[in-house]
Design a protein around this ligand. Structure first.
Ligand SMILES: [Zn+2]
Length: 422
């Protein structure tokens, strides 16, 4: 438990210091980082296990701020044709046809892939409610957000009574741990009724410790629906729930604000279509935005307004979304895709979107997302680039890494190791 482990690595990107540490060390005790520095400044103590990672770039463990492990096996199976609303319907259909055993397999595959690609913390939206036990037992640090969606249900009250009862039972059966926490995810502002938002919101007011996330302002169809309250999306919703309160002359963000949900929100996912007044509200309520570059490209959404978010100091994190709309659960790929679309943003700033920014958004900014004394020992290592690439900025070399990582550690436990020297 309190054993000390000394790691050596050629380059350490701490995300704490302004410059990388060359020929560095990280001393880990139990779950936490005790000391970080240059190898030559190390006063070596006896009885310390040593792991020399050699020619490795070491960085804080990566945080995937949005994914759906339930849908890992949907890769390439839900085609995007004829608009976002139709895609969502196909997803609904496919979800209903999937067995619990298949969801389990999907989650297991997703956990394996995430770990292999250097993810150490994962925010999972759970539709099937199958992921919590698997994630809780897995080496990953995880946040499981149970998804709430009552479109097509006749009574929001009955839905909430059942949902909240089940959530309480699960939280008793599988309480939070140092590496596992529960969260709540209303699906979208157009698939959760006003009544259900109110019921869930009231419960959050009663002192719950749940983190919250929602898909928000993702598609043009969603924005049109909130602006006009008419069109195919409105017709479909009315066909399913004739009494549904249709919005008008508003935006998804404004709508959430009007029903009291913005102050309760931690992570807003997508925000592809935002107006200036939305940006003001997001900043005021200190909401972190999760951008999913792979999924964004898949749906051909309008350009992501990173500059505007940055100008307003709205933190932006990255997520992979599910493999129903993406090719990989690798955050390295997401970072590269982001860089292709925003070449003026520095590699270090991009790396912060999968380390310190999501750590802060999850309320763990003082223990996660940096290699710093006192922080949890969540680390990831990749081989340093060879040839001309080796001259590049280490953060850029890190972003350009492809394939599985060579080292990872979650909560002080090494998951993949190179050579154990002593
Ligand atoms: Zn999603």
């Amino acid at each position: 438990m309190n054993q000390r482990l000394l790691l050596f690595a050629k380059t350490i990107l701490t995300m704490d210091r302004s410059k990388p540490i060359e020929d560095g060390f990280v001393l880990v005790q139990g779950h936490r980082i005790l000391q970080v520095g240059k190898r030559k400044d190390l006063f070596l103590r006896p009885s310390v296990r040593i792991l020399d990672l050699g020619d490795t770039l070491l960085a804080p463990g990566l945080i995937n701020a949005h994914c759906h492990l339930d849908f890992t096996l949907f890769k390439g199976r839900v085609r995007y044709q004829g608009g976002f609303r139709q895609w969502l319907r196909k997803m609904g259909q496919k979800t209903r046809e999937t067995t619990q055993a298949d969801f389990k397999r999907s989650v297991q595959k997703g956990i394996k892939e995430s770990l292999a690609y250097g993810t150490t913390t994962l925010c999972d939206i759970s539709t099937s409610w199958e992921s919590y036990l698997l994630l809780r037992q897995s080496p990953l640090r995880s946040f499981v957000f149970l998804e709430m969606l009552d479109l097509g249900n006749p009574s929001a009250r009955k839905y909430w009574d059942h949902f909240s009862e089940k959530l309480r039972a699960l939280a008793r059966q599988a309480p939070s741990t140092a590496t596992f926490r529960w969260g709540l995810s209303p699906h979208t502002p157009f698939t959760v009724s006003k009544e259900l938002f109110q019921l869930a919101g009231r419960s959050l007011n009663e002192g719950g410790e749940l983190l919250t996330t929602i898909h928000l302002a993702e598609s043009r169809e969603e924005s049109d629906y909130f602006r006009t309250g008419t069109g195919p999306m409105a017709e479909r919703i009315r066909a399913l729930n004739p009494d549904w309160n249709l919005p008008r002359k508003t935006t998804p963000v404004q709508y959430l604000n009007d029903n009291g949900w913005l102050p309760k929100l931690d992570l807003g996912v997508h925000l592809n279509i935002v107006e200036d007044r939305d940006l003001k509200l997001l900043a005021k309520n200190r909401i972190a935005v999760v951008h999913c570059p792979g999924s964004h490209a898949y749906f051909h959404h309008p350009p992501f307004r990173y500059r505007q978010f940055r100008r307003r100091r709205i933190p932006v994190c990255l997520g992979t979304d599910s493999l129903a709309s993406n090719q990989s659960l690798s955050l390295f790929r997401e970072m590269r895709l982001f860089r292709e679309m925003h070449p003026d943003v520095s590699p270090r700033e991009i790396l912060a979107m999968v380390t310190e920014k999501p750590a802060q958004a999850l309320g763990m900014g003082s223990v996660l997302g940096k290699i710093k004394p006192g922080y949890f020992a969540d680390l990831v290592g990749v081989p340093r680039a060879k040839g001309r690439g080796a001259l590049a900025d280490p953060a850029l070399q890190f972003l350009n890494h492809r394939g599985p990582v060579s080292f990872s550690m979650v909560h002080g436990e090494p998951k993949l190791r190179l050579s154990l020297v002593k």
